[in-house]
Design a protein. Structure first.
Length: 262
């Protein structure tokens, strides 16, 4: 019974797995448990939370994300309480040097993808904590490692929450304009353009503008970060700011993103 498929069954199955000391190891099993937490209330949800917490008992980001939900739906919190809790989680995601990139990404996915904590709320809080870490130790190995891990987790979270549902046009010679489909800059620009047109990507355009603001803030957290792949980062920051100012255009004649001077 200890299969990924059985996780969708009753709380009795989940409790049995827990009592037998089983922990989810596959991505499918973890995803099913997360969905069980998100879709239900009561015994099934509690059993799923227990299994997830048993797998990551020492992981501050994941256990914090799960504990936020274990206390009840976020919707019953006051806005102040909610922001305090998200801020604390963001700080733990950024400063916990024991947490891996994968753990950070899972914690973000639990909050953003399953529990409707807006990316635009979570990541600016993370950026604040990240900026403090960088300012305290701008050139140290700890700051460099956390910048890299948080950046990658941010990228993965954006990819999971804002899937690439639109593709850029194709040149006449057949070459795709998106040089690297996994490029953070390319994906962000696709989302930004879709937000501008309010097509194909779910959610109101204001959320996409907030997303762009969060991306720009993370890249601009320190001079060191902006030096890393500076050309791509400068392009992304400029494009994000253009979206925020309502000045983003896409020149289909030459097949490239441009910022109007209007």
């Amino acid at each position: 019974a200890a299969t990924a498929g059985s996780i969708e069954c009753s709380s009795g199955v989940l409790e049995a797995l827990h009592y037998r000391g089983w922990t989810p190891d596959s991505d499918e099993a973890i995803a099913n448990l997360i969905h069980a937490c998100a879709d239900t209330r009561g015994p099934v949800r509690e059993a799923a939370l227990s299994l997830l917490l048993a797998k990551w008992p020492q992981s501050t980001p994941i256990s914090s994300a799960l504990s936020m939900e274990a206390t009840g739906p976020l919707g019953i919190d006051t806005e102040r309480e909610r922001m305090i809790r998200i801020g604390r989680l963001a700080e733990s995601i950024t400063t916990n040097t024991q947490a891996t990139k994968v753990e950070i990404s899972i914690a973000a996915k639990i909050l953003v993808a399953e529990y409707s904590v807006p990316l635009s709320t979570l990541w600016p809080s993370t950026t604040t904590a990240l900026s403090k870490l960088v300012s305290d130790d701008p050139n140290g190995p700890t700051a460099k490692t956390r910048r890299s891990e948080v950046w990658q987790a941010l990228k993965e979270s954006i990819q999971s929450v804002w899937p690439l549902m639109a593709r850029l046009p194709v040149h006449d010679d057949g070459d795709e304009q998106m040089a690297s489909e996994e490029s953070m800059a390319d994906r962000a620009l696709v989302v930004a353009k879709a937000a501008e047109e309010e097509t194909q990507v779910a959610g109101p355009s204001t959320r996409h503008q907030q997303l762009c603001r969060a991306i720009a803030a993370v890249i601009g957290a320190s001079p060191q970060m902006r030096k890393e792949k500076s050309e791509e980062n400068e392009w992304l920051v400029t494009s994000c700011l253009d979206v925020l100012k309502g000045r983003y255009e896409y020149d289909t004649t030459v097949g490239g993103p441009t910022a109007s001077v209007a």
